[in-house]
Design a binder for this molecule. Sequence first.
Ligand SMILES: [Fe+2]
Length: 425
Amino acid sequence: MSRNEERSPVTTQATRITADGWLPDFLLQSGGLAQPWFRAGFCTAPALLVHDMTAAFEATGEAPAGSAAFRVFVERGQRHDLARRVARVPRRDGEDLAGWLERCLGFSEFCVTFNSIASWNERLARRICGEFLLPIAEAHGAPACGADLYAFIGNYGDTPFGVHSDPDHSILWHLGPEDKEVYLWPEERYVELTGGTEPSFDVAPLLPHGERHRLRAGDLIYIPAGCFHVAQTSGFSMSLGVTLFPAFNKELLRRGLELLLREHPEVDLGNLRRGEDPAPLMRALASSVGADGAALSWDLGAAAERHLQQLASNGYLAPPPRSRDGVSPLPDGALRAPGAFRLGHARLPGGRIEIFVRGQSLRLAGHPALPALLDALNSERGLSAAEVVDRLSDRWSAEAAMHLLRLLFELRGLEPAGAVDAAAA
Ligand SMILES: [Fe+2]
């Protein structure tokens, strides 16, 4: 637990941060995530997110320099040297994020981005997964390559990337204190105006032709993939960005293949000679991942499904959280999976099992009681360590059962049952 989390003012798991009834409007008015969408007052408690984000920055200060994915832009250029200074001096009591970053960087005008920020703060991960990603996944379908959260902070004028589009869907939760202006152009309009799809850094002539939104603290804007955009910030402000990664075939195939290869590593295909009939090689290649040629696409599809289960175990956030340290003892009493992050599993060949926990996977010797045991850990009541040992005792030693429990806890797949504040666990 960081010092910042200890002095958390008003954070409980029960505190909602989104206005009621946003989801049907979002899905309808965006045409199923195809069009931009703006909602004033979407976030009812921006101060809580700012608090969580500040805690995430502080948490990076306790890790080796370079561990966190910061980018820093000053004087219209990216500065890799300054990225290593972010959060490297302790934050003073009561100091806000703006003042602290200014002191770390030695510049009064800057832009700092922080990718995968949710890996550094459990409260932030839970709020966004529980109130935003999971409802979207249930009503519309999950982002098949997952989502990431990032912070965008500063008083930097135009977005450092100019007017541009992204291959992924972008969502900005604006948190203030100052307003931000966002301009949007559909791709056809942008091509008409600029003659192509390259980013534009000469922004001013394009602005009169864009759709303008003024974002105040708490407002949200959804920018679909391919929609050109730029943001302008004159005073200091913070935004929490959510990137939804679409189901690109190259990503799903790559991730499916990675999972498939775990079961069939390093099969020697023999000598390969140029000019020979390729059919034997193709057959050998296909059978090396446990399939004949016809079955390979089916096996890959099944592996991609395992990848989706792995994502779902982390509330559809692609980056896993930082692990707990391996020295603190398991808490007494019952343990359970945190609400937004349910443990999953898949059966593997040879009677083995794969357990999905917070976006990672553990492959183990199977035990017939494991599926029901995972269900029990996913329930509100959870299970005590003694109950876990007992349920597995016919085939596993107490040490083996405790080792599994400890791994699940360290990967943040378990917390004390009854914990109200996730990050305090
Ligand atoms: Fe962008």
